[in-house]
Design a protein around this ligand. Sequence first.
Ligand code: NAD
Length: 248
Amino acid sequence: MQRFSGTNVIVTGAASGIGQATVVRLVAEGAAVFAVDRDAAGLADTVATSVGTGRVMTDVVDVTDEAAVVAAVRAAHAELGSVEALVNVAGAHRTTPIASLSVEDLRDLFEINLVGTALFCREVVPLLPDGTGVIVNVASTSAAHGNPYMSAYSASKGAVLGFSLSLAAELVGRGIRVVPVSPGTVDTPLTRSVAVEPGLDLSAFDRIRSPLGPARPEQVAAAIAFAASPDASYLTGLDLRVDGGSHI
Ligand code: NAD
């Protein structure tokens, strides 16, 4: 499939896990990708891993830095000539029992997960073409139901979900689609950091109750690529859960 031939896409969180798998998938399908992350070594690995008819260029950016985000979107536009799609994957996770929840952790999660996503949307929306422009924001099933010790993370992802649904309503008149994608448990460095948290009872965690078991990043990337592609041209403003049946 070459669904992204001639399509220019900005992907954040592109150095690892779901974001890296998304870049690999989009490049394989012909996209020109402007890949953003704060991890320069990981971005180099993404470039080395991406093969196909598309191409990838990178920019080391902290998504919470407003000036850096503005500059990155300008650079993407200058390099690519146009921007047809944005995929916000950058995110952070903390396992925080309520008794030890710090304001610093809470602010940090909202800064990365919500503010970073919102800033990229704000900067990219004016560039997107009416009728075909698309934004995919990675939320989480944690936004919709509980996972133990993840109140702060879940709240930040609930914010991403609400932000995305309202943005979909705001942009529908221009024919621009906004699709939040909510993965369940995916086997990435982020999830492995949850697993090693000492002394916590994670028996109510999504991973345990997902009938299909943890996803591979490529399985979520495939759903993101679908949501961003013309195959999903009638799909906007819904929470696309990619959760291995954790809601059953
Ligand atoms: P990951 O840790 O493998 O990748 C996250 C990427 O985001 C990393 O490359 C990291 O450097 C980047 N990043 C973090 N903070 C940044 C910042 N301030 N500026 C720029 N880049 C930054 O994690 P993943 O599992 O691939 O997660 C990707 C997204 O999917 C996240 O938004 C996460 O919340 C979401 N998600 C993951 C799971 C899961 O089970 N892994 C489940 C639901 C949702």
